[in-house]
Design a protein around this ligand. Sequence first.
Ligand code: AMP
Length: 283
Amino acid sequence: MSPVIVRTIDELRLRVRELRAAGHTIGLVPTMGALHEGHLSLVQAAKDDGHKVIVSIFVNPTQFNDKKDLEKYPRNEAADVALLEPLDVAIVWAPHVEEMYADGFATTVSVSGITDGLCGATRPGHFDGVATVVSKLLLQALPDAAYFGQKDYQQLAVINRLVADLNIPAKIVGCPILREVDGLAMSSRNVRLSEKGRKTAALLFQTLSQAAEDIDSGKSVETVMSRSSEALLAAGFEAIDYLEMRSADDLSPMTEFDRPARLFVAAFLDGVRLIDNVVVKGR
Ligand code: AMP
């Protein structure tokens, strides 16, 4: 069945009340649209947990530190809704910007600490935008659970923090990264890559995976990181925002592999900022 498309908070609340009155629980999947299989895997996870699913589609202007990135962000609501149809999504929550940020809007949710490094260091204001809009989405839909991808691992950590700190009664579920056959993490931004860039892009995951193996086999973290950066730049990436090993738990920087770790990368290709992360397995 086609999902109902909702544009106002009043209607969203009404429809959520109706679903709850019919005995359903609610799973929310926040997205910025341009849906791909990665997003659909979150919807499936929510369904598997037995929820009626709300997918929000909102390209949130306040989390874009680069105006051009916001302008170029792919938007195609009709195609998104068509992709959701076979999954029996109950509601597509697609508010206009004015519904989300009414005149006089003046509140920001800001999470400190875990937002200092990685994307927080290179995208000023980004996580304030994310934390604010996710808080709003959770308070609007009041879901039992909300589903997020580990593709945006730092974002997931920020959301876990704010939900705990603000006592928002929703369970946050982190879901695995869905990848293309060559390993490239699925992303709405991938469509902006040139044909050549799309091939080069696979090196991001391949390089990261090799680096994780090398660190696991005892090689120096610093050497592995600098060699990996060099390899990406030599392959055609224009710039690397960061390539770092961090604690998988609290995202604190690590120079030795002495606790559960992940490798994080953000790099530009064809002017598109791609991010990825992998676990360092350990033996
Ligand atoms: P976005 O539309 O890019 O803001 O992403 C919406 C949600 O989908 C976020 O929780 C992302 O982490 C998640 N997501 C995006 N790409 C993937 C992927 N390749 N695998 C799993 N989850 C993803």
